[in-house]
Design a protein around this ligand. Structure first.
Ligand SMILES: *Cc1c(COP(=O)(O)O)cnc(C)c1O
Length: 366
């Protein structure tokens, strides 16, 4: 018998990432609240900048994404040499895993952490080690108890998706201080812009003083540019050099470079998205709590809604919402079989979801 091609060990054990659903029943208007996209859409400046790209589609993009890195560096007060851009932060997370993990190594992530972590860890042949959480919050002591001789990376989403919870910067510092210096701490700060807490920091300061910390950020969430696939990582020169060696030379396309730079400079648009979230995140959380649902306190642009019992289950609520075009995110794969994650939408969508779930909790909807 002829032999079959064999992928890396671990690859066939991976459960493929299931993106949020994006279809409503025929004839019903879709309200997609399943992927944490921005209800405000993209910056108009970013959209307008795309005209320039159309004229030059025959040209390869700038392999260094210089304009984009400079816009990021200026906005955040960083050195552009310490930034590398990617096709979404997902690509950067994969590059990090590929650069630092081999078969036999281990990488740690948190119990309800972002599900791309076990996928990218397993794809390298390394072992994904899960640290327990307490009340849906990552736990520094539990993470530290998972660190062994083979540990090479700790992935921490801060804030985390799908829980919406976060670790104060002092806890992140405590975690970093206790890690061996050869272990890379990856702080995935995809929702950093939304957080309104004095004890939160995205990780920039921690990167600046250390050789083993990487912060990743994305243009897919508050910047409203998910379709263009843009992410960036900030790290020491040594780590940036490693990532530049293994990334594709044209991994960030020309539209992403130009529109990303314009979006980064449009601080008014970002402020509007923050203001919208500051209004609606507490409103939706409170309204759902009033009708007897448990909502995990969130600092992001989404909430995790826990359903009470088998009769009023997440699955039944999902069916009731979907019938009317409201698509939330099932989170069974994250260890929450009786919860749904809802992205904070526009005014109309938020009010409608509360109304549908109010009826659902009263047993008015099947
Ligand atoms: C959405 C998300 C990302 C991925 O963002 P892209 O830049 O679109 O790849 C990364 N991490 C977390 C925690 C996310 O929720």
């Amino acid at each position: 018998m002829s032999k079959k091609p064999e992928p890396n060990p671990g690859v066939l054990k991976i459960i493929a990432y299931v993106p949020g659903k994006s279809a409503a029943p025929d004839g019903i208007k879709l309200a997609k609240l399943s992927s944490n996209e921005s209800p405000l859409g993209p910056s108009q400046n970013a959209v307008n900048s795309l005209g320039q790209v159309i004229q030059n589609l025959h040209e390869y993009p700038d392999p260094t994404a210089r304009q984009l890195r400079e816009a990021i560096a200026e906005t955040h007060g960083l050195n552009p040499d310490n930034i590398v851009c990617g096709a979404g932060s997902d690509e950067l997370l994969s590059l990090i895993a590929n650069a630092y993990l081999s078969k036999g190594d281990e990488a740690v992530y948190s119990q309800h952490g972002f599900l791309m972590y076990p996928i990218i860890i397993s794809a390298t042949g390394a072992k994904a080690v899960v640290a327990r959480e307490i009340d849906c919050v990552a736990n520094v002591d539990a993470i530290l108890s998972c660190i062994g001789e083979r540990t090479k990376i700790v992935f921490l989403a801060n804030p985390n998706n799908p829980t919406g919870t976060y670790l104060p910067i002092e806890e992140v510092r405590r975690l970093h201080a206790a890690l061996p210096s050869n272990v890379v701490l990856v702080i995935d700060a995809a929702y950093a812009e939304y957080v309104q807490r004095n004890d939160y920091e995205s990780g920039i300061e921690l990167v600046s003083g250390n050789d083993n910390v990487i912060m990743t950020r994305t243009f897919s969430k508050i910047y409203g540019l998910a379709a263009l696939r843009i992410g960036w990582a900030y790290a020491s020169a040594g780590i940036i050099d490693v990532l530049n060696r293994i990334r594709g030379p044209f991994n960030v396309n020309s539209s992403a470079i130009i529109a990303g730079a314009a979006a980064m400079r449009d601080s008014f648009h970002v402020q509007s998205a923050i203001a919208h979230n500051n209004k609606w995140l507490p409103w939706v959380s409170n309204e759902l709590t009033k009708i007897g649902l448990k909502v995990t306190p969130s600092v992001g642009n989404f909430i995790l809604i826990h359903f009470p019992d088998n009769k009023r289950s997440a699955e039944a609520a999902d069916i009731a919402l979907t019938k009317q075009g409201y698509i939330l995110r099932a989170v069974t794969g994250y260890g929450f079989p009786n919860a749904l994650r809802m992205t904070i939408g526009n005014e109309e969508e938020n009010i409608a979801v509360v109304k549908i779930l109010t009826g659902f909790m009263k047993g008015e909807l099947a």
